[in-house]
Design a protein around this ligand. Structure first.
Ligand SMILES: *Cc1c(COP(=O)(O)O)cnc(C)c1O
Length: 455
């Protein structure tokens, strides 16, 4: 619904607020959706229209938009101690407890945590840690970061350099020394006649060749999402992490799991690295860490990197890094509550219970002749639109097919996200079967409507 009067919410949003990652022609044609509150997995706009948010906000509102336990944890901590830092040898009791909890629920037998306000800052912090400790160990040239095309790691200067998306060229990024390997998406990047096992082996050879070309002693880390999220929900090809990890180990290159989306249940286990059965050297967390109820990110170092970091810090007696709100006590109290809710009070169980229905729904919609592939893991999934299913030919970009599908869904009261030519679904963990059916019904109608227009 659009209100064109000069004092409408839509006009006021336009006048004084920038939009991040927003298709401006869609805004021009349709106006901003200004939301006021939420009810379970639904959000409500200023006109009272309800939308089922199949994207959990931005992957993060896994407990829905009005969970009483989350609001209660926040209020209680605001009453107790509303803010503090983690500098100069001080930190809040909540911060101490959250670090214990994060190490306990991590795949590591021991480790250490550094807090940030976002996933981007957590990736920047990780890179600074590695640069810092490599210098302290007398290897200042060990600076390069390997990631993959379509990997998403954030928007700050370093994390945007890690992100493997072409849009960053408008900023003159990536910085030198950030290298992007092939996206391990077999359906799209497999060659004619190549089996999935051969494709995975090719990905591993590319890594070997890259290390040989660049020199292992110039590479600080390989950073990867278990399932690529903002790159289009792309699970790795079969055996991918098992193929690359030994190569990294042979060359002493840490494997960092960017679990900002996968972490805390999204793929059906606490961590994506557990779903794909590999042990990383460090974990990056954010988003569901606080169920979206507070901005927070964390770098969790496993035993070896934690020890090396401790030794490097001991040498100069300080790690000169930190954010004013790192380890904020309200954020930590909220994260403690969110972790309990997800891991111990049924949300992760519900992810597992809903997954078969979710996968069946995606598979059914993928019968559509203009859907080339469905893919996903746990409660994250995508449908990729194609003009020609047999040849996997995409629609012409100027048709903005995925934007049209997402906009049509919005008309039907469903929020889902266009990503390239795909539509992404990552529902909150509190969804019911009925809400899952509502989501697929609305998406089905939108797909049929838009494909009838463009196909
Ligand atoms: C969202 C995301 C980030 C960046 O987190 P922000 O909080 O938006 O800075 C980093 N890595 C992954 C995998 C993400 O999905």
């Amino acid at each position: 619904m659009r209100d064109d009067s000069p004092n409408s919410w839509e006009a006021r949003a336009d006048r004084n607020s920038f939009y991040g990652f927003t298709d401006l022609p869609s805004i021009e044609a349709r106006g901003t959706v200004v939301v006021t509150h939420g009810e379970g997995p639904y959000v409500v706009d200023v006109h009272g229209k309800r939308y089922l948010d199949a994207n959990s906000g931005l992957w993060n509102m896994v407990a829905g938009f009005d969970h009483p336990a989350m609001a209660e944890a926040a209020k209680a901590q605001y009453d107790r101690f509303p803010g503090y830092h983690a500098f100069f040898g001080r930190m809040s009791d909540q911060t101490v407890m959250l670090s214990e909890k994060l190490v306990e629920v991590s795949p590591f037998e021991r480790g250490k945590v550094f807090y940030t306000n976002s996933g981007s800052e957590a990736n920047d912090t990780l890179v600074k840690m590695l640069w810092f400790l490599n210098r302290a160990e007398g290897k200042p040239e060990r600076t390069k970061i390997l990631t993959r095309i379509n990997g998403y790691h954030g928007v700050t200067v370093v994390s945007a350099s890690m992100t493997g998306k072409p849009y960053n060229s408008v900023f003159g990024l990536p910085l030198p020394g950030f290298l992007h390997l092939t996206c391990p998406h077999y359906w799209r990047n497999g060659e004619d006649g190549e089996t999935e096992a051969e494709f995975t082996a090719r990905m591993a050879r590319e890594l070997e060749d890259t290390i040989a070309r660049e020199g292992a002693d110039t590479i600080a880390a390989f950073v990867a999402e278990p399932v690529m999220g903002a790159g289009g929900v792309i699970p790795p090809s079969e055996g991918y992490f098992q193929a690359i990890q030994p190569i990294l180990q042979k060359h002493g290159i840490p494997l960092v799991s960017d679990e900002v989306i996968c972490g805390f249940g999204r793929t059906g286990n606490a961590w994506g690295c557990q779903t794909y059965d590999f042990m990383p050297d460090a974990i990056i967390s954010s988003k569901a860490l606080t169920a979206g109820y507070f901005p927070m990110g964390a770098v969790i170092l496993g035993p070896e990197l934690a020890d090396r970091m401790d030794a490097a810090v001991a040498e100069i007696e300080e790690f000169p890094h930190g954010f004013t709100a790192s380890g904020h006590p309200v954020g930590c109290a909220i994260a403690l509550r969110a972790i309990d809710l997800v891991l111990n009070e049924g949300l992760l169980d519900n992810v597992r219970a809903l997954t078969p229905r979710f996968e069946a729904g995606l598979a059914e919609l993928a019968q559509n002749p203009n859907i080339g592939e469905w893919r996903g893991k746990g409660l994250m999934g995508a449908l990729e639109a194609v003009k020609d299913k047999a040849t996997k030919t995409p629609f012409p970009g100027d048709l903005s097919v995925s934007e049209r599908i997402a906009n049509t869904c919005t008309d039907h009261g469903l929020i889902c996200r266009p990503l390239g030519q795909s539509i992404v679904l990552c529902p909150p963990f509190i969804m019911t079967d009925a809400q899952m059916d509502e989501m697929f019904d609305k998406l089905d109608r939108a797909l049929k409507q838009v494909f009838a227009e463009v196909a």
